[in-house]
Design a protein around this ligand. Structure first.
Ligand code: ADP
Length: 624
């Protein structure tokens, strides 16, 4: 990364911080300036008081100076405290908002990126950096900003207080002192001072670079480590860990990773020792020279004794400010790599065309005629990571109110067909039309609003049952009850301790309810019904149901689905008999369409083969 890019990305980082916690940066800046100022109030006032004492000023003057010192101290400290509180309240939100941009990105990125393992890796690396070294946005927020401003102002204040030390001429200087305090001598001292600071800068830069190098490759180790931690803490997978005695080996692996990290930390600490000793010796020598310079100059009458306190104090502050600023600057350039990972993720481009056409409000509930027609026209598709077509030349039409079953063996392309229908992916060739218009031209959110989908790998959340059904915090309780009843969950609902308010799973509530796979499937079905979209897509909706519940779903299917178009995916052919139209998928193609009776009559067809293969299995079982 070039220096210019590092600077630009750091500026972008600060702008992002300002967007995430509005108002925090100005408060933090004023606070940092006051924190830088406070020691100078004391340095300056102490100098005045000591001078007043050595000059035997009257008591009244001393008291006035002391009172001014106390008042200035009090006001500055109070202001710092007030600003710190405000800044702390603002900054406490940082932990909650630092991932906002990333989360927003995930919600809006193309689905093919959501599924892409490289994108997962990018996201995980950002997280790991945040948690381990704080590189990326966190360092900008908890180190560079406050400390950076403070250091800059420490430099400004100290230079303004110390400048006169070099300018004032000693009254009684002779011999060697004439040379030491001549303009040339002063230049030598300043050059020495700058050299010492350069050495410090170099030291810091080397340390920051070595740190980055020594911890290189730890992203992966940390990711694996945090995965192990997650699975050890996830109570839902506890039984698998126990049954397969995985806990011991996972713990063992975790220990290995931890000891690797500890060894590296030790190596790192040892490596730093040498550099730290050099820095300390450098600082001690430089301070000694400065003390001697200022003290001798004062003794030779260049300034009042009280000014020694001012000059020495200011120079100490200068050194602190400079070394603070240098550590920040050398670290900021290493941190730019972490920020780059953050912004690379935020900037992943959306390649998919996003149309703006509104979906015609044809749903009955919007007073429309409910006339929707979907057509797949010669659609072929391969996944971005694959060279093999998952769908080939798929053409079909279905109208509102129809029940379409999609059947076929595992891997024949049924789920891919639905993913394309829901525009999670765009066809590689061909087009999909809604009422004659390419679905890419519609506004995506509006287009999605006409589908309720229950995928095989649906997820429920650790919220209340009602919130899960409505997919919302606020919801219509009657409607939620009604949908659960239609989905066959009524009896179980009666046994839920708090009805719709019962929390699913035990993540947050002790009396949360663990539900079976079949119950979860019914809740997912109820959620699809609650959405009340004109198309309902069910991917193996009865796979986890017991035979009686499955029968209930079939027999009530027309009542459940009502006037919606239903697309019903299953590898169990018996569960599709009630559909008007059945599309048989094989190897990514639609090889047959028709009603059950038509298809089962075609002895050469795939449907016939699948039907009798399954029927034989059942009849063989019976005869046993
Ligand atoms: P079905 O739903 O009929 O079981 P799928 O539509 O899930 O089949 O899969 C069709 C083919 O596409 C399979 O060969 C599967 O391995 C492949 N496939 C599915 N998802 C992906 C993916 N995300 N990336 C690459 N290939 C995939």
């Amino acid at each position: 990364m070039k220096l210019k890019d590092k600077i630009n990305i750091t500026i972008r980082g600060f702008k992002t911080l300002n967007e995430l916690i509005p108002g925090y940066l100005p408060f933090a800046a004023v606070k940092a300036i006051l924190e830088a100022l406070l020691p100078f109030v004391n340095i300056y006032m102490s100098g005045l008081i000591i001078t007043a004492i050595t000059e035997k000023s009257d008591l009244q003057k001393l008291i006035v100076l002391a009172v001014i010192t106390v008042v200035l101290n009090f006001i500055t400290t109070m202001l710092i405290k007030i600003l710190s509180r405000i800044a702390n309240v603002k900054s406490s939100v940082f932990e909650h908002v630092k991932d906002l941009q990333l989360d927003r990105k995930i919600q809006t990125m193309d689905y093919e990126d959501v599924e892409d393992s490289k994108v997962h890796e990018m996201r995980a690396n950002i997280d790991i950096k945040n948690r381990s070294t704080g590189r990326g946005l966190p360092r900008l927020y908890w180190w560079y900003f406050d400390e950076g401003i403070k250091s800059v102002f420490q430099l400004i204040f100290s230079v303004s207080l110390v400048a006169s030390a070099f300018v004032s001429k000693p009254v009684h200087a002779d011999g060697i002192w004439n040379i030491v305090f001549s303009p040339a001598g002063t230049v030598v001292l300043i050059v020495l001072f700058i050299l010492s600071l350069v050495l410090d800068t170099y030291n810091n830069a080397v340390i920051a670079k070595k740190e980055a190098k020594i911890f290189e490759g730890f992203d992966y180790t940390n990711r694996v480590g945090s995965y192990y931690m997650d699975i050890l803490m996830d109570y839902k997978i506890g039984k698998d860990l126990k049954l397969y005695k995985l806990r011991k080996s996972v713990m063992g692996e975790l220990r290995k990773l931890e000891s690797k990290l500890i060894d590296t930390m030790n190596e790192w600490q040892q490596m730093c020792v040498g550099y730290k000793v050099i820095s300390a010796v450098n600082a001690a020598v430089m301070s000694g020279i400065i003390y001697a310079y200022v003290a001798v100059k004062a003794l030779l009458g260049a300034f009042a004794v009280g000014s020694i306190v001012q000059y020495v104090g200011s120079l100490t502050q200068f050194t602190q400010g400079f070394s603070g600023l240098v550590s920040i600057l050398s670290d900021i350039f290493v941190n730019a790599e972490g920020l780059k990972e953050y912004f690379d993720f935020v900037d992943i481009p959306n390649k998919k065309y996003r149309g703006t056409l509104p979906v015609e409000k044809r749903a009955f509930c919007n007073g429309g005629d409910n006339e929707y027609e979907i057509e797949f026209r010669n659609v072929s598709f391969k996944y971005p990571s694959s060279d093999v077509y998952a769908l080939r030349n798929v053409s079909m039409k279905f109208r509102i109110g129809e029940r379409l079953a999609v059947v076929g063996m595992n891997g024949s392309g049924k789920t891919t067909f639905i993913k394309l229908l829901c525009r999670l992916y765009d066809p590689t060739q061909g087009e999909i039309l809604l009422n004659g218009i390419d679905i890419r031209k519609y506004d995506y959110d509006e287009y999605m609003s006409i589908f309720s989908v229950v995928f095989q790998d649906f997820n429920l959340f650790s919220f209340s049952l009602g919130q899960n059904v409505a997919a919302s915090v606020d919801y219509d309780r009657d409607r939620a009850n009604n949908c659960l009843e239609k989905a066959g969950f009524e009896t179980r609902l009666g046994r839920m301790p708090k009805g719709l308010d019962t929390c699913l799973y035990k993540d947050f509530e002790e009396d949360g309810v663990e539900i079976s796979g079949g119950e979860a499937q019914k809740i997912a079905l109820a959620r699809a019904l609650y959405k009340d979209a004109p198309f309902i897509v069910l991917d193996e909706p009865t796979a986890a149901l017991d035979p009686i519940s499955e029968y209930e779903v079939y027999s009530k299917f027309n009542e459940i689905v009502g006037d919606k178009t239903a697309i019903y995916i299953s590898h169990r052919l018996s569960s599709c008999r009630f559909c008007d139209n059945i599309a048989v998928f094989d190897n990514g193609q639609i090889v047959q369409t028709g009603s059950h009776d038509e298809l089962v009559a075609g002895e050469d067809g795939k449907y016939y083969e699948l039907w009798y293969a399954q029927a034989k299995y059942y009849s063989d079982k019976k005869s046993n």
